[in-house]
Design a binder for this molecule. Structure first.
Ligand SMILES: [Zn+2]
Length: 712
């Protein structure tokens, strides 16, 4: 453990070395306290700090050390108080801002947290405080869990730009965000750069605002841009820069409103309007009119036979109460779980695919028997539109519920794409020969339902109803893009082409010579004209789809790449990228193993990091029972690639696992992966991610970020 000397960064957090800081006369006392903390005598250290604060109530280094200790001890109330005092006495101190940001994030105020974190980074200049990584990770994890994927991505990119050691943290956050296949691919891609304002009267001021954004003075830039909009009206270039600020400040509602204004800009090309409208849907489904309102209702049941009646309804499928318990507790704020619970199964699918018990989840029923203080009740989630409405209506009539008093508990908003993409759950293995037929049936059902649901953003009409109407063209294209970008299982590009045709809208076709990602962000995956793409752009698109996990694009890109005549200078990277795509769609482990061997070979020639391919091949060989071969392969690979960080981390965790297994502890954390934010967060009971959390998830941070004030 390094000690604290006069060349260490001063604990007060102003970025100076102790020797050159006002605090230097207190070095011996600092060292004493530091030794206590290093020896895990946290409570004793806190007592010593408090005793010191009695005589020196406004010494910044004491306040800073106290904040850090309180954070370690999870004493949030006291941290809130001490950090408030710290920042009041030192309003420009980056560390004081970091502590305030931490408090705000834990309290759920991400806008304040993001703003303080960014200010702290901007104020720090060259020497970023090590605690920045921890605050950044907490913010990213917190907003990521709440579905703010794009803001989380922008914060990960900010950390990435800060150099080591923040880069490492930023990288693992970034990988975790882009690998979230559930999120919309529009949110996994950075927003396009603002259009060039040319010699517009506001060009110079926009330049100033852009410089502020570059210097991470986001709040200042935002104020400037807002006043420009008041003066010059909703100009696309100003709105686009403002959108960036709102996103990174985690203000999703305002960002969605800005997107909607961009959609109204007459000079913006139509494909960009579609993109921004679709982004607005993703950022705020409710305010953008693409959410569905389902009713959470309760019926008071007097019929003593009701419970047995439930069991006879054909389209109700019993589910373990445990599956709904948590959700019900949250919705109803009561402790007692229901007696029985059902989800509504699909009659059509049940008829054709009885052996697979396919369910359409979303609409469910929970029956609470008579309790001492309450009569018997039925709580149900009732869809108000589409196929699920028909379904629940028929179940209600089977149960005779139409003559029972219906009380609305709450209207729940569900994003449209969420309902149509995840309705079918397969409970048993489907025989191969029936799988294709089942996936077709599900596709058909989902498509017909989607086309029939009335949506506020289409003037309360369904997609089918607005087909061919010019005034709804942009909104309709945006709904389709939003749907496609969520990548529902089983839908291919060809399926979406067919849906576009049925609705008489054509997808925008982007010429690949333009920098398409810069024009339309993630929409480029679907709109780039693959038929006429040049080899260089094709490789870019292939690599980007891999890093962002755009699974629905893999097959079309593979097909295109295989029919491309690659120029000599691109052949190596084309082959490497193509094999990477192929292994993603490959379902045969023997085939995948061969592809991985070729990826490793071509990766070596290109001098790119092949650590993850080595790990994958090793695991596949072991899975296939070829243990001897796997061991020899790994031993050679480690010898040849001893500087590959991914591979070394893997080896380290393998060693830890076998150590734990030796200690009879193998159940603990065996699967934790370094890149997973949720894992890292789960390691600490308070939900606060700290670089020195017990999971040891990031060995690299042990030197720089783990204990504060230890310069690398
Ligand atoms: Zn100092």
């Amino acid at each position: 453990m390094a000690s604290l000397d006069q060349y260490s960064l001063c604990p007060c957090g102003n970025g100076k070395k102790i020797k050159f800081c006002k605090c230097h006369e207190h070095l011996p006392e600092m060292q004493d306290i530091y030794r206590m903390i290093s020896g895990e005598q946290n409570v004793a250290a806190l007592d010593r700090i408090n005793a010191n604060l009695k005589t020196m109530p406004s010494e910044p280094w004491l306040l800073a050390m106290k904040c850090d200790l309180l954070l370690r001890l999870g004493e949030l109330e006291s941290l809130e108080e001490t950090s408030a005092k710290f920042i009041r006495l030192q309003p420009d101190n980056p560390l004081a801002k970091l502590h305030r940001a931490m408090v705000a994030i834990v309290r759920g105020n991400t806008e304040e947290g993001a703003s303080l974190l960014l200010q702290s980074i901007a104020d720090s200049g060259e020497t970023i405080h090590p605690m920045t990584a921890m605050v950044g990770m907490n913010l990213i994890e917190f907003i990521g869990q709440r579905g703010s994927i794009l803001p989380a991505l922008l914060h990960a990119e900010t950390l990435l730009d800060l150099g080591q050691p923040m880069q490492q943290v930023g990288m693992s956050a970034y990988q975790s965000i882009v690998s979230d296949a559930q999120s919309s691919s529009l949110l996994r891609e950075s927003i396009p750069s603002p259009v060039d304002p040319g010699d517009a009267p506001y060009a110079e001021r926009l330049d100033e605002a852009s410089s502020l954004i570059e210097a991470i003075r986001i709040s200042g830039a935002k104020t400037k841009l807002e006043s420009m909009i008041r003066e010059f009206g909703p100009q696309p270039a100003i709105l686009q820069a403002l959108l960036h600020c709102q996103l990174i400040l985690t203000d999703g509602e305002s960002a969605a409103a800005t997107c909607r204004k961009l959609t109204q800009c007459p000079d913006l090309p139509e494909h960009q309007k579609v993109y921004y409208q679709s982004l607005a849907f993703d950022l705020s489904p409710q305010s953008s009119g693409i959410s569905l309102k389902d009713d959470l209702v309760v019926y008071t049941i007097e019929d003593p036979e009701f419970e047995s009646k439930l069991a006879t309804v054909k389209s109700l499928q019993p589910v373990p109460v445990d599956q709904l318990k948590e959700m019900l507790q949250m919705m109803l704020q009561e402790e007692v779980p229901p007696k029985v619970a059902y989800v509504c199964t699909d009659a059509v699918l049940q008829e054709q695919f009885a052996e697979s018990e396919p369910l359409r989840v979303g609409t469910w029923i929970a029956f609470y028997g008579k309790q001492t203080d309450k009569p018997a009740r039925l709580v149900a989630l009732e869809a108000n539109s589409g196929y699920q409405k028909k379904q629940i209506d028929s179940i209600k009539s089977d149960l005779g519920l139409n003559s029972v008093k219906r009380e609305l508990i709450e209207q729940l908003h569900l994003p449209f794409v969420q309902r149509i993409s995840s309705q079918v759950m397969i409970r048993q293995q489907i025989p191969d020969e029936r799988r294709l037929a089942l996936s077709d049936a599900i596709k058909h059902l989902n498509t017909e339902e989607a086309l029939d649901i009335p949506l506020e953003c289409l003037g309360n009409q369904s997609m089918r109803e607005v087909a061919g109407k010019a005034e709804y063209r942009v909104a309709l294209q945006a709904v389709l893009l939003s749907w496609q970008a969520r990548n529902p299982s089983g839908f291919t590009d060809a399926d979406f082409d067919a849906i576009h045709k049925r609705l008489q809208v054509s997808e925008p076709k982007l010429s690949p010579e333009l920098d398409v990602f810069d024009l339309v962000g993630g929409a480029a995956y679907y709109w780039t004209d693959l038929a006429n793409i040049d080899p260089q752009s094709l490789i870019q698109l292939m690599q980007s789809s891999l890093t962002r996990g755009i699974a629905s694009m893999y097959q079309p890109l593979i097909d295109r790449a295989q029919s491309t005549q690659w120029p000599e200078e691109l052949r190596g990277s084309a082959e490497y990228t193509l094999h990477n795509l192929k292994v993603r769609v490959c379902s045969d482990p023997n085939e995948a193993e061969k592809l991985l061997a070729r990826i490793i070979e071509s990766g070596k020639k290109l001098n790119v990091s092949i650590g993850s391919a080595i790990i994958e091949r090793f695991e596949l060989l072991s899975m296939l029972g070829r243990h001897g071969e796997a061991r020899v392969f790994m031993e050679n690979a480690v010898r040849e690639n001893s500087s590959d960080p991914t591979l070394m981390r893997y080896i380290q965790s393998l060693m830890q696992q076998s150590e734990m297994a030796a200690r009879g502890n193998s159940g603990l954390g065996g699967q934790s992966s370094a890149g997973n934010i949720a894992d890292a967060g789960g390691a600490n009971s308070s939900g606060i991610w700290t670089p020195d959390g017990p999971s040891g998830s990031s060995p690299d941070s042990a030197g720089g970020g783990s204990k504060l004030w230890v310069p690398d």
